[in-house]
Design a protein. Structure first.
Lengths: 253, 507, 403
């Protein structure tokens, strides 16, 4: 059996004195898209931050393996160059830093970590144009400071564009549908679907089933009180939508 | 930056509307004088004056020595001139430093107090009675004034404390609540340990003067682990003319204790200025919390700026223990001049300081007030919300200091100072000193100055309020964030006071 | 009040008094004799105690030659030079500009020691008159050459109604413990538009003092930017007076403080008539054991209704030992105004940092990127591309120079 891209074993994490993840087990084989659904406050977003390596969280137990290697001791930047990409629920606005400058720095940092040379300016521009056209992002938007003054839809599209440029092996999409109208959602979903590949896995974290009509998952997990309480195929999402989360509360995995 | 003052929707609640509509027409309703025979020290300030005060108070020798030492230091000091207030030079030799009702012979039980004094306090809305409801006991009806209900009162009349209520009740849980004069005699070990430990004798000109001549004030001691079962309060009244009032308050909260303390003050309407120079010291030990609220309503002077109290006050709290907390809330509407900076020294790791202030100036009043948050310990935090309202010909200055010492890792401060100008003859000023000496400190300060928007005025007037009512209503909304930090009973009273203070500010 | 003890004077004050007396500036000399140099008790020097900071004052500067190239090269700029207080001969003058020389003492008299010293000692002033739109950047290169010297110079600029110009002042000199006291007075005519950048690149042991006074007529638009990137002790005083309806000032400043430096920007902006606006924005970055000071006062006169003024200072601390001291003030006498100020201080935002790291950007690079981003807000509005690029080079140099 080939090594899964992501394997999470009995993961416990806390912030200050509060335990938020209480034994998460999750395996995503290469090429698959898994959805994690749960109500607000169930710990879904914590899972995404823990994967990306946010300092505020302390891992008290368990293991996270990316392509069979533990990432727990890796800094956020190392994790990114190792292939983890987090599409933030609330992409941060950074005044003064042009989107273009930022993208170039990120792409070159990752190339450098892989032992590749810096992108030439024409190559960079070409890559930008390509990824931008996929997500309706024009060059004017790229000249603006990172996410500053972007609408909700623009921010999410810019996140997916970054994903397209950085070509990660594990994409973590945290509530990518929040704040999007149906048109924007379709653009984003098209972008994400275009990035599905045999050597890439995705973890789609969402509150609503709606997104999963557009990004169809291979497996759906229900998340409650810090752990996965049920897993199934895409129909599980429809059941959830019909019955609500209450039915799943208190279930053990 | 967002300059909107709170929207009308938030402002209008029935209670406010009613209280504004039911306003009295008189401007300063506490201006009467009590006709009571007093013993008044001759005017002037010499070492003999201090000996006289000390003798009257039946003080031990150490206290007299301490006073004399302060007096000698005071003589070498200069009156501060940095505040944005202007007044003729005070003649400290033209003031009497001691005045007490003649019949007064030391603290008494309630039934021994001169009925004339009881009537005076009744008229001020402070019935000195222990008949009112005790904590947790219901059925005696709604409290009618801030001081009815669960409030123990220390009544200070000119230079003496005339009575302190609920003492026996409080003593049951080990709380000491008495006049400072009595504490000096009965609890010298506590007084010697803590007096001037927060405000050093020569801290500033007025604090040093106070140390030499203070006459009375309150002493509060909350033992370890005790949550004070009722609000404690002191009500200060200046009655005699040509006297100054120099009160001294000392509050000590032992570890894990809590106390909420209120302070009120009024004075008769007089043409000449009178001096009030108080010192208040608070000490909070580990996990203790002190909440100190003031409604300052000294006589502000008449509409031409004649008379009024000069209010030069040093108030400081020391968060000496870990995770201790001191919270100051003040509503400043009175006095001709206010010079007052209730401060917090955040010494204990994890300690917190808060300052919530409403300062309203009208007529020819001058206010220079604010706070200092001195971050010394690690993980200390402070919060300052100041609302200044200037009307008439007044000047209203917020002066504040926030500083993080080099060792104050992770110090946090948030400051919001808003000023409202009513009319074009007044001034509103903001002078913050923001000093970060630690790379991990995070300070945020924001200040705005604006006037009441025409749209808001029009909206209120379209609903039938006249101009003055509309202003009072909108101002109450502007200060709401601070009012909420006052004890319940004080809130309604303060709202009325705000409206009265602003009478004559428009039209 | 008791009579105050006479002030004890130090060697710095003694030298200054002698210099002032030799120049016939007896009133200023007398004032320093009585009060000494300002201490922290003088409000506007609260964080820059000159009495404590100035241990000595070097002798008044003698003539020196100006063979050196300007300290900052801006392609296409027209350069005028003042060396050791003396105005150097001008080359071919661009169209629309008149260059001349007048007597010193260009600043309005005010209760300020540095202003007093400049007015007392500046013997001559470079005068510029901008008659209409000048496209070339005009650079005034003010330098102190030779042995350690106290150089006092002055510049007077008239911008005619409707004229526009970009002026850059650079301050530099030989590597010695100089003391510079520089004055610039600028009168902006109706509807004129001026960008005025002053960049201090003084050598590391020197003290740099500059005072810029501006008077804006109706509809004038001023953009200023002060950059402190040199000297051991630097203080720039900004005194804009918005004296005409519709006048607007964007006043910018940047303290780039490295180990051992004390940098101070002090502004008092005066809104004197109705319908004026200003937006002062200052940023301070400190690293090592350094100190950055920003004081900014907005004064709105009784008649100056409809004033719209917003002051902002943001401090960024890159080390634990640094200090950022700030005193934003409002002094407002008109009621129908919208005025405010803000002041923040802290280290680099952790959420921003995490975002960059999560994209694979290494720590050090992410830090530089965020600091550049922090600075961009004050540099970006400088429209002249060559000038903007030159200023960015200075900032980059500072960023890469470490401590």
């Amino acid at each position: 059996m080939t090594t899964p891209i992501l394997e999470i074993r009995n993961l416990h994490a806390r912030i200050e004195d509060r335990e938020i993840l209480k034994g998460v087990n999750l395996t995503i084989p290469a090429g698959q898209v898994h959805a994690v659904m749960g109500r607000n406050g169930s710990g879904k977003s914590t899972l995404s931050y823990v994967l990306a390596g946010k300092e505020d969280y302390e891992i008290t137990e368990g293991e996270i393996l990316l392509n069979g290697e533990s990432i727990l001791d890796m800094e956020p930047a190392e994790r990114a160059t190792a292939g983890i990409f987090l599409a933030f629920q609330y992409p941060i606005e950074i005044p003064g830093v042009a989107t273009m400058t930022f993208l170039k720095a990120a792409m070159n940092a990752q190339r450098k970590a892989r032992g590749e040379g810096e992108l030439s300016t024409p190559d960079f521009m070409r890559a930008m144009k390509e990824a931008g056209s996929l997500l309706n992002i024009d060059s004017d938007m790229l000249k603006r400071p990172l996410n500053v003054g972007f609408s909700g839809g623009e921010k999410k599209r810019a996140e997916i564009m970054q994903m397209a440029l950085l070509k990660p092996t594990l994409c973590v999409l945290d509530e990518t549908d929040s704040g999007l109208d149906i048109d924007a959602l379709q653009v984003v979903a098209k972008g994400v679907n275009g990035l599905r590949a045999d050597n890439r896995s995705m973890l789609v974290i969402t509150h609503y089933q709606r997104l999963l009509n557009h990004i169809v998952p291979d497996v759906v997990h229900v998340f409650s009180d810090g752990r996965i309480v049920e897993s199934g195929d895409k129909d599980l999402a429809l059941q959830l939508e019909a019955r609500g989360y209450a039915d799943f509360d208190g279930q053990a995995a | 930056m967002d300059y909107d003052i709170p929207t009308l929707k938030e402002n209008i609640d029935r209670e406010t509307v009613e209280s504004v509509l039911a306003l009295d027409v008189d401007k300063y309703k506490y201006g009467f004088e009590t006709d009571i025979e007093s013993e008044v020290a001759p005017v002037g300030l010499t070492e003999d004056t201090i000996r006289l005060i000390s003798t009257k108070k039946d003080e031990p020798q150490w206290m007299l020595d301490w006073r004399l030492d302060a007096f000698r230091r005071w003589q070498t000091m200069d009156e501060p001139s940095w505040a944005k207030v202007h007044y003729p030079k005070i003649d400290f030799q033209a003031i009497s430093y001691y005045a007490a009702p003649k019949a007064f012979k030391g603290p008494k039980s309630l039934d021994e107090v001169d009925p004339e004094l009881l009537r005076t306090y009744e008229k001020l809305g402070i019935p000195l009675s222990e008949q009112a409801i005790l904590a947790g006991v219901e059925g005696a009806g709604e409290p009618k004034t801030p001081y009815s209900g669960n409030v123990a009162v220390d009544a200070v009349f000119d230079s003496v404390s005339v009575v302190t209520t609920f003492r026996a009740e409080l003593a049951k849980v080990g709380i000491i609540f008495c006049s400072i004069s009595e504490a000096i005699r009965e609890h010298p070990e506590l007084v010697q340990k803590y007096l001037a430990s927060v405000v050093p004798v020569s801290d500033n000109y007025f604090a040093t003067l106070n140390s030499a001549v203070f006459t009375d004030g309150s002493f509060v001691y909350i033992p370890k682990g005790v949550r004070c079962p009722m609000e404690l309060s002191t009500y200060f009244r200046i009655n005699e003319k040509n006297t100054g009032q120099f009160e001294r308050t000392l509050i000590i909260a032992e570890p894990d204790s809590y106390v909420s303390y209120l302070e009120g003050c009024t004075a008769p309407t007089r043409d000449e200025n009178q001096l009030h120079a108080a010192v208040v010291e608070l000490i909070a030990l580990d996990n203790a919390e002190i909440k100190y609220s003031t409604v300052q309503n000294w006589y502000p002077g008449d509409k031409d700026g004649k008379g009024g109290i000069y209010n030069f006050v040093t108030k400081r709290g020391d968060c000496r223990g870990r995770n201790s907390k001191i919270s100051w809330t003040q509503v400043e509407t009175g006095s001709a001049i206010t010079w007052k900076y209730p401060s917090c020294i955040l010494r204990g790791d994890g300690s917190q300081g808060e300052f919530y202030s409403i300062a309203i100036s009208n007529g020819y009043q001058q206010i220079d007030s604010g706070t200092k948050m001195i971050h010394l310990g690690k993980n200390t935090s402070s919060r300052i919300i100041s609302k200044g309202i200037a009307a008439g010909f007044s000047d209203n200055t917020y002066r504040g200091q926030v500083s993080a010492h080099a060792k104050a890792t992770n110090a946090r401060n948030f400051t919001q100072c808003d000023s409202l100008l009513i009319g074009d003859k007044c001034g509103a000023h903001t002078v913050p000193y923001i000093e970060s000496r630690n790379g991990t400190a995070v300070f945020e300060h924001e200040a705005t100055t604006s006037k009441i928007s025409d749209d808001q005025m029009f909206y209120c007037q379209a609903r039938g309020l006249d101009e003055e009512e509309a202003v009072a209503l909108i101002v109450n909304g502007f200060v709401r964030e601070v009012l909420q930090h006052l004890p319940m009973e004080f809130m309604v009273e303060s709202q009325k006071l705000i409206a009265i203070s602003l009478e004559g500010s428009v039209g | 009040m008791r009579s105050t003890m006479p002030v004890r004077l130090g060697p710095a004050e003694d030298s200054l008094i002698a210099q002032l007396k030799s120049a016939g500036a007896d009133a200023v000399a007398e004032r320093i004799t009585v009060a000494g140099l300002p201490t922290r008790r003088v409000e506007s020097y609260h964080y820059t105690d000159l009495k404590a900071l100035l241990r000595a004052v070097p002798p008044l500067a003698g003539a020196a030659n100006a063979a050196n190239p300007p300290s900052l090269a801006v392609p296409g700029a027209y350069v005028l030079t003042i060396v050791n207080g003396r105005v150097q001969a001008a080359g071919a003058v661009p169209a629309g500009l008149i260059v001349g020389k007048t007597e010193g003492g260009v600043l309005s008299t005010r209760d300020d020691t540095l202003v007093g010293i400049n007015n007392g000692l500046a013997s001559e002033a470079l005068s510029l008159s901008v008659e209409n739109g000048v496209d070339t950047v005009i650079q005034i290169d003010r330098r102190i050459e030779g042995e350690a010297a106290h150089a006092v110079d002055a510049l007077k600029i008239f911008v005619a109604d409707g004229a526009s110009v970009t002026i850059l002042e650079t301050f530099s000199g030989s590597d010695a413990a100089h003391m510079g006291n520089h004055a610039t007075y600028m009168a902006l005519g109706k509807n004129s538009a001026v960008t005025h950048v002053t960049l201090d690149l003084s050598p590391s042991k020197s003290s740099h003092f500059a005072t810029n006074e501006y008077r804006l007529a109706d509809g004038a638009r001023l953009r200023t930017l002060v950059i402190h990137a040199g000297a051991a002790l630097a203080r720039t005083q900004l005194f804009p007076i918005l004296a005409g309806a519709g006048a607007h000032a964007d006043i910018g400043g940047l303290n780039l403080a490295s180990d051992g430096q004390h940098l101070d920007i002090t502004m008092e902006s005066h809104h004197a008539v109705p319908h004026t606006s200003s937006q002062p924005l200052f940023k301070s970055i400190t690293r090592g054991r350094s100190k950055a000071v920003v004081q900014g006062k907005l004064v709105v006169d009784r008649d100056a209704q409809k004033t719209d003024a917003k002051f902002m200072h943001q401090g960024l601390m890159l080390s634990d030992e640094a200090e950022i001291l700030s005193k934003p003030e409002l002094e407002i006498y008109a009621d129908d105004v919208v005025c405010g100020h803000g002041s923040t201080c802290g280290k680099l935002d952790e959420d921003w940092m995490f975002y960059l790291l999560s994209r694979g950007i290494p720590q050090a690079e992410a830090e530089t990127m965020l600091v550049r981003g922090f600075i961009a807000e004050v540099l970006d509005p400088i429209e002249d591309e060559a000038l903007n690029e030159a200023l960015n080079t200075v900032v980059d140099g500072w960023l890469l120079s470490g401590k």
